[in-house]
Design a protein around this ligand. Sequence first.
Ligand SMILES: [Zn+2]
Length: 451
Amino acid sequence: MRRSLILVVVSVAVVAAAAVACRLARPLPPPTMVLLVLDTVRADHLSLCGYGRPTSPVLEALAARAAVHCRTYAPGSWTLPSHASFFTGLEPVDHGAHAITSGIDDWSGMGSRSRPLPDGIPTLAEAMAARGYQPLAVSASPVVSETMGLMRGFEASTVARGWGDLYGSAVAAAVADLLTEQADDRPLFLFVNVADAHQPWAAVPAGVDWLPPRPPLHWNKAAPEGPWQRFVEGRMAEDEAAALIEHAVDSYDWAVYLADRSMGEVLAVLEDKGLCEAGCRVVITSDHGEFLGEDRLLDHGHELGEANVRVPVLVWDSRPLAELPSFDESSMSALEVYDLVLEGRRPAQARRASSMAWPHARRCKHVDGLAFCSTSAALWEGDERLLWRDGVTSRGKVVGAEVKPAGGPFEEHPSAARLSQLAERVHRDTRDDHQVDQHVTELLEALGYLD
Ligand SMILES: [Zn+2]
């Protein structure tokens, strides 16, 4: 299966090369544009980005004809704020679709303060439609939904009702089904969220030569004596914790491999339907990563650690003469996927690599952990991170998945004031009295975010 997908990808390039050669004398039609979000995929667990396990053979095959960046930072710490940023080109503090919970001083009605993307903000899908594209969407994440305001502008969409509904080959099948809605007279803009790397993680079957077999894994975060709470509170014996992390890493790596494979199947559908004959441009990223024991955390959505917010970006184009963006080794904002899709290039002025996270009231209340109660904002420049957390600032150098204290006092960094201004706004937002949205609350409750 893996080899055939790679061959499909390569054959798309060959067919497109021939097509380009025949059409040099005529203006080229606009390419099919695809924004593909690999939910929950951290950069450093991709073989694409140098990881030791072969977790991403399809991405690696694409990389032969792609621009790749592995030091990109997601604007939000979980699905809703990051997707709202991809769809608006705005940081979470500006679009406002981010707070699972806020008003940390007042526990009453905490679930009712979540906010969808507000109606008045223009979306990427609307902008692509204005440029003549037909925007269609398939989301395997039930969070990336109409309820959250994230389907605004898409002419038709298919969204999973629960985790796991569109994992594996089901996401490519959903894309194939949705493409029956495709218009003949307009080029396609397709958004796809591939969620296999998001829990619940599938069992690792026997016979995988780079992993031991493992049972399925799904954290029950509400159980006081379950492994998730005992681990994050430091109430787990060292050997049990080590075994838990080994299991989590193996399960996660397999889930990333499955996400890569599902993505390959989606691309194969485009090829089968002839949608790359006039050219295909595919922008791939992730909305956040996943803690696998770093900072004594599991899951995502909390601290702005590398494990949680460092993601990949890959831009692949089937047209051999198409210009690809140029990336350097410096930190980059994943917000740039908005420009990479809409304008086909990076913005003239690089966007600041920022990320922000708000308190999670339920976890703050039930779990003894600073991470869940904190408001944070971070900036990355070069290989340095500036962090503001509840008014405490720090400056450090990124080394692998860790940030080590380095670089001198925070206040002496040229961007210290810039981060403080951003953090001030992020902090103020935590105190805002948000409007109640019953539909959002009900969806988050159904998905296990609230209780
Ligand atoms: Zn996500």
